[in-house]
Design a protein around this ligand. Structure first.
Ligand code: C2E
Ligand code: MG
Ligand code: MG
Length: 624
């Protein structure tokens, strides 16, 4: 009998079936569809074999032909079901969900499937068997052939149309799967003795299983947890179907005791095991030290998270601190992109436990708006540099100034740096922004007008992040050379945070620039942790007293002594002092009496655009 190929195929499908169900699986829509396709393929093959056996029995041994007809009908109906599931498997996630035309396409294909199944059931069917040629025919079979061809062609077309929306390997797997089916159907049509369709469908399943549903890339080799890739697919899937989920995420900082790789690895394993022990929900390792578990129900998440906290409090031999992020309802984020942005941003938070809420999402959106604003300003040349003159007490003129960045909106409004510098520092945009500001300052100096009106030096702010970057001094020297600027005209303002980070590298870079003639100031002195060590060992020319520090002078007797003493010490160390934020005549007088060299503040001028600044210099310094 002509059933050898079918038996082989049945065995193959059975193997896939066993492997697929034994694996650790994520509850994804595609996987559910694949599961249905495997089951349909298995049952279809079983009916294929049964129908061949019964046809032979009816033709040769007089078996009841009514039963054989029913089995033949079931077989072809299942065959069409397979084609239909193939179409659903491919089109889900590719056809847009909300578009009216896509809905119409979906309804059409569901409709012809239902209609086809009813027709196959009602229309007559016949069969024949002679030697190895065994097949059914008649109107019912014709409907089955027609529908199968429609589904295969539709599936191939969708695959081709949306090829750019799927990874290359998915595209190839889909085409191979459908192509093999089509080829088998054509061969079987021409040569009815070759019953290839059943075998081809099982072969197609093998391709899909190996290429798409094999979860090895979804599993983290060392912990057995799901990977970031798996999380990404899972989260996209949930959002696509509008399903809410909850997440418990933890970024664990294994304390410095774990310097040894093996010990750290075992700590990671213990964390992973603890997560798996929490329950059947899927656990992911999304970074070396970041884990998360997803829940369908937020109460369950709260319950589990409380468990973790208890375990952590009881286990004292795991020296780890962490940031724990609870997301009770994923739908407060607009989609997967915002979800991942949220996850990565808030896992970096300094807080130990953070619960996602609408305010945090709004904050993130605001941050993202600013990020877009900075990119847009860089692209469309809307980054501007304002200048604020410093009054030189000894020389009674304005020979230094600070360059302060602004972004000009399309409507002419100005955005102050306080709103975008901290975000630019977080996103890394500070690198491009810093380069742009420095370029503009060099261009301004290269025109020579400011120099003509007595400007000797411009101070440019540099963030810590700009020093973390590879070759941080490159952009300074490049622009100084390009615009033929005397390096002595440039003073870079750094802050204590900059100086505190990778101090060695910082010093190396500073000295490189100092050799060329560039000088440095320590900005914002008096805020945060002021450490005498910073300026004792830092090659800075000036110390800038922060706005709040100088302000305190007038409110607090003790600060008065500290400030006066500090100015004295700095002078003994040959450093100059710039007092920031001076707004009144009285403040000017006090600063002068204290012996401060430079005074910067609204009393003299706010930061102003380039042309106003030139006019200011001209008015106050005259032709120097
Ligand atoms: P900063 O470097 O300490 O700059 C001094 C700030 O004090 C400026 O604010 C200035 O407008 C303000 N200021 C000066 N005198 C007075 C005064 O008398 N009263 C008051 N109320 N404020 C005064 P601005 O321009 O808003 O800049 C804020 C901060 O943004 C700067 O503080 C600096 O840390 C940062 N920044 C500005 N431009 C850049 C830049 O190009 N790169 C980097 N990395 N940071 C920058
Ligand atoms: Mg500054
Ligand atoms: Mg300052």
């Amino acid at each position: 009998m002509n059933i050898e190929l079918q038996c082989c195929a049945l065995f193959i499908i059975f193997t896939i079936f066993v492997m697929f169900f034994r694996e650790k699986r994520l509850d994804l829509m595609n996987r559910k569809l694949f599961q249905s396709a495997v089951i349909a393929c298995f049952v279809c093959l079983a009916f294929d074999i049964l129908s061949i056996v019964l046809i032979n029995m009816s033709v040769h041994n007089g078996f009841n032909s009514g039963i054989t007809r029913i089995v033949c009908k079931f077989y072809i109906m299942l065959l069409v079901l397979q084609g239909y599931l193939g179409y659903v498997y491919v089109s889900t996630g590719l056809l847009p969900r909300e578009k009216a035309w896509a809905k119409a396409v979906r309804i059409f294909f569901h409709g012809i499937f239902a209609l086809g199944e009813v027709l196959m059931l009602l229309l007559p069917i016949d069969f024949t068997a002679s030697g190895r040629v065994v097949y059914s025919f008649g109107p019912s079979t014709a409907v089955a052939y027609a529908l199968s061809v429609v589904y295969i062609i539709t599936t191939i077309s969708i695959t081709l149309i949306y090829r750019l929306k799927m990874p290359g390997r998915r595209f190839i797997a889909m085409l191979l799967w459908q192509g093999i089916w089509l080829l088998a159907a054509v061969i079987q049509f021409i040569e009815p003795e070759l019953l290839l369709v059943g075998f081809a469908s099982s072969f197609g399943m093998v391709i899909l299983y190996i290429q798409l549903e094999n979860p090895s890339e979804f599993l983290d080799g060392s912990t057995g947890l799901f990977t970031t890739n798996a999380l990404s697919v899972y989260v996209h899937d949930k959002y696509r179907f509008g399903k809410s989920f909850s997440m418990f995420a933890a970024k664990i900082h294994y304390l410095t005791a774990y310097v040894d790789y093996n010990i750290e690895q075992s700590a990671v394993m213990r964390t992973a095991r603890a997560l798996v022990r929490l329950g059947p929900e899927p656990a992911f390792r999304i970074d070396d030290d970041t884990f998360c578990v997803l829940y369908d129900d937020k109460n369950r998440m709260y319950e589990r998270a409380a468990n973790i906290k208890m375990q952590k409090d009881n286990v004292t031999d795991l020296p780890a601190k962490g940031t724990y992020l609870l997301i009770p309802d994923s739908l407060i984020m607009s989609g997967p992109d915002e979800f991942f942005r949220f996850l990565h941003t808030y896992l970096e938070s300094e807080q130990e436990i953070l619960v996602a809420n609408e305010d945090l999402v709004m904050e993130l959106r605001e941050q993202n708006n600013i990020k877009v604003l900075i990119d847009d300003a860089l692209k469309n040349d809307r980054v501007e540099v304002f200048y604020q003159p410093f009054y030189n007490v000894k020389k009674d003129c304005f020979d230094e100034a600070e360059a302060l960045v602004r972004i000009r909106l399309k409507n002419g409004e100005i955005v102050p740096p306080g709103r975008f510098i901290p975000i630019a520092e977080e996103t890394g945009q500070i690198i491009s922004l810093g380069i742009r500001v420095f370029e503009k300052v060099c261009l301004f100096l290269s025109k020579g007008e400011a120099e003509k009106y007595g400007l000797r030096q411009v101070h440019v702010n540099v963030s810590a992040a700009q020093f973390d970057h590879e070759n941080p001094t490159g952009f300074v020297m490049k622009n100084i050379d390009r615009y033929h600027i005397n390096p002595r005209r440039i003073n870079l303002e750094i802050t204590e945070t900059a100086a505190a980070q990778s101090r060695e590298i910082m010093l190396l870079n500073m000295n490189r620039l100092i050799e060329k003639g560039v000088s440095f100031s320590l900005d914002d002195f008096g805020t945060g942790r002021s450490n005498i060590d910073y300026f004792v060992n830092m090659p800075v020319q000036n110390i800038k007293f922060d706005y709040n520090f100088t302000r305190e002078f007038f409110n607090n007797e003790k600060t008065k002594h500290v400030l006066t003493g500090m100015v004295d010490i700095l002078h003994k160390m040959n450093m100059g002092v710039v007092a920031e934020g001076i707004e009144t005549e009285e403040q000017v007088k006090v600063m002068k009496d204290m012996g401060v060299e430079f005074i910067q503040g609204f009393y003299y001028s706010k930061p102003i655009p380039e042309n106003e600044f030139l006019a200011y210099l001209k008015d106050h310094n005259g032709d120097a």
